[in-house]
Write a protein that binds this ligand. Sequence first.
Ligand code: GLA
Length: 605
Amino acid sequence: MAERQGLRAERASHFTLQGAPFRILGGSIHYFRVPRAYWRDRLLKMRACGINTLSTYVPWNLHEPEKGLFNFKDNLDLEAFISLAWELELWVILRPGPYICAEVDLGGLPSWLLRDKDMTLRTTYPGFTSAVNSYFDKLIPRIAPLQFSNGGPIIAVQVENEYGSYSKDVEYMKYMKQAFLSRGITELLLTSDNREGLQCGGVDGVLRTINLQKISYGALQSLADIQPERPLLVMEYWSGWFDVWGDSHHIFPAEDMVAVVTKLLERGASINLYMFHGGTSFGFMTGAVDFGTYKPQISSYDYDAPLSECGDYTSKYHLLRNLLKSYNSDPLPEPPTLQSRQAYEAVLISQHMSLWDSLTYAEKPVKTEAPISMENLSVHNGNGQSYGYTLYETTIQSGGSLNSRNNVRDRALVFVDRTFIGVFDYRTQRVTLPAGKNARTLSLLVENCGRVNYGEALNAQQKGLVGDIILNNTPLKGFAVYCLDMMPSFLKGVHGGKWKSMTESPACPGFFKGILLVDGEPRDTFIKLPEWMKGVVFVNGHSLGRYWYIGPQKHLYLPAPWLKKGINQIIVFEEQKAAGRINFAENPEYGKVIDVSKHPFCTII
Ligand code: GLA
């Protein structure tokens, strides 16, 4: 019997799969951005839209949160996600990086790599390749059995991500290609680049694909020119765009999107919508961009995609479904009914605990003469710290001019004897401390707002304090450093710790507790904190992400599967100003919108 043939790109006009012409009608959903209980719902909605191929990135930093400690469970059960796609008759294109970009902290690379001061990420530097090898040794045996040739849905695997825009090492892509081949990846390999990166991003014997949003910029033609005898695949057709704090919410009008998709399909191209459904960057998952100015990304990854953050159909979905009908030989399944939502009654904050009181539940502070980055706390405590907040305390003997020398990554609240003085960030690097002769405690609560996920600055993403802080021309010494990573072990201590009854003006920063009573089956909802300033929210131990009054996002998505009937614990960590209540709404609030084509980002699109 003839061997079943997987995806082939041997003909100029089209792909073949199982020997027959095949067009990839793809869409991206990241399993790590959707609560596991909703994977099926989102994939069914994808199938009902006429999509035949699911693509997902694989985030190394989430799967190996500490060096040598791997997690492929629960929301990170990649094999279960791929198997579910198979059950629902979707092919899979897997994008395992190791670098993925994706608006994820450090582009999905684990921050512990940066403990090595000589680290050069995304090169054949042995410290990098040996870490990739031990990760791939764990990852690839899980995915290889799910390849098409082994009876599974994976028809293609992407090598790295947009390496052409980085391109620091000519040996690197060959090395990565081999890393897949040597571990038994046998399906079609591809690379994915934007137009600028197309020249340098490829590697021999691997299909090149393109990322774009508008045809008019000539990207598709560049691909056809550079690779004339191969089918065209737009690996990332950007259905919308992502948002950063303090900016507007990006939209890409539905009609414009569908007009481009129509043209691409008429041209015979295959396509993958990035994103089909964006979901949410829960916890501290988000990255940042830095094209001269550091801009951290928001927690919502709605992306103005065909399915909204909470899985609603948008006008893009309906227009797209209408279009894709004619590219599917079988009638499309009916779209599933929507989840119901509820604006719960406001929850009153009943208890609070100041940050200072919560320190009893943190690990013992690390003592260090000079400031030390959060990654390098590993020198003292083994693991270092990847995400969240780090508190640096030292003793000062005078007031005066405190200068951060731009050593704060990324934002710090400054306190003297626990009284708030000011904020350091990239723009504000000088704060005046009030005069005082006696010994006083200076505290800097530093937040890692997200490591950049794209561009030149990847190797310089250590967070916390990365150099001296100067008081009146003298570097401060003798720090106690607390790791406030907001991870379960710390939060458990806080949760079970000593709380005080809520007052009119409670101390901030601090933790604030309230109880949401759910009567009946839980429903999806959106948390809103209109009078609060900045912080993170935890519901029954799940971290929903960050809120910040500057927007654009003014909500946090709270999926029903993370709620239960009866009592639900909500803990808010607020940095600056707490209000007495937590509000709920049926709908999200994405803030002021801007058409993505009018945005400076467009120069890279
Ligand atoms: C690039 C990357 C993606 C993502 C998009 C923007 O195309 O490959 O991972 O970062 O940009 O959303």
